[in-house]
Design a binder for this molecule. Structure first.
Ligand SMILES: Cc1cc2nc3c(=O)[nH]c(=O)nc-3n(C[C@H](O)[C@H](O)[C@H](O)COP(=O)(O)O)c2cc1C
Length: 227
């Protein structure tokens, strides 16, 4: 146990949330088709407006065939009625998990706004033409970096990584005038198709507001959950 230095007293850390008001979060805020989309887009826009850092960052949880979960932050790169999209390397830890068990949950932690949104559902791969369009929109450096990295596999040193990056840059060129950087077969998008979406708004005395939309065979049901 650490006995010297300036240990942080996590048990005393406590933030009192705003009391909230009538305009805080109500089940009837959820409407439209699919029922979660309008409110999700509104909250995301409000997170952008409030200058939340990386407002499209979400923590994605997956599980492997052994049932062991893993979480990591990724960037949401598309939202529409089909679901929530992120891009990654199919050979990464999450890529293997999703090949074994194509389900995930994603949490958008907009802590500065005392909000989070939590999405769960089956996961499908994004179509190649859609992936290609996103790939082409990325800065060249990001495309080169993605080609150079066998994400989540070990590498001997930072130098070895730099050499790989240099080789890739020599192969395809550093400038967009050097032609396209081909989309790697092992890189692409995953779409979480929401089976449930929970909106959470912090309120005073831990009496937070939680509203859960769940997909059913006939549409969606909405419930308020205890905090
Ligand atoms: C803010 C932030 C954004 C990130 N965005 C992505 C992303 O969009 N795609 C991705 O593959 N990794 C992203 N990462 C890195 C992942 O968190 C993770 O380290 C990597 O994907 C390997 O995870 P895995 O081994 O579980 O597959 C991001 C990390 C941070 C902190």
């Amino acid at each position: 146990m650490r006995v010297t230095g300036e240990a942080v007293n996590v048990s005393a850390m406590r933030v009192g949330y705003r009391p909230g008001g009538d305009d805080d979060l109500e089940p009837d805020w959820l409407s439209g088709d699919p029922i979660w989309l309008d409110l999700f887009e509104r909250w995301l826009a409000e997170a952008v407006e409030a200058a939340v850092p990386e407002p499209n960052a979400m923590v994605v949880a997956t599980v492997g065939a052994d049932g062991a979960p893993a979480t990591r932050t990724v960037l949401c790169k598309a939202v529409d009625e089909r679901g929530i999209v992120f891009y990654t390397n199919f050979g990464s830890g999450k890529g293997h998990h999703l090949a074994e068990r194509p389900v995930a949950s994603a949490t958008f932690p907009w802590i500065a706004m005392e909000r989070q949104v939590h999405v769960r559902g089956p996961v499908v791969r994004v179509a190649r033409d859609e992936t290609q369009a996103y790939w082409d929109s990325r800065p060249r450096g990001s495309r080169l970096g993605a080609v150079a990295s066998d994400q989540s596999r070990p590498i001997d040193s930072r130098d070895a990584l730099r050499r790989r990056a240099e080789e890739v840059e020599q192969r395809f060129g550093a400038s967009d005038d050097d032609g396209p950087v081909p989309l790697p077969d092992g890189w692409g998008g995953f779409r979480i198709e929401p089976a449930s979406v929970e909106f959470w708004q912090g309120r005073a005395n831990r009496l937070h507001n939680r509203v859960l939309a769940t997909r059913t065979d006939d549409g969606w049901t909405v419930a308020r959950l205890q905090p």
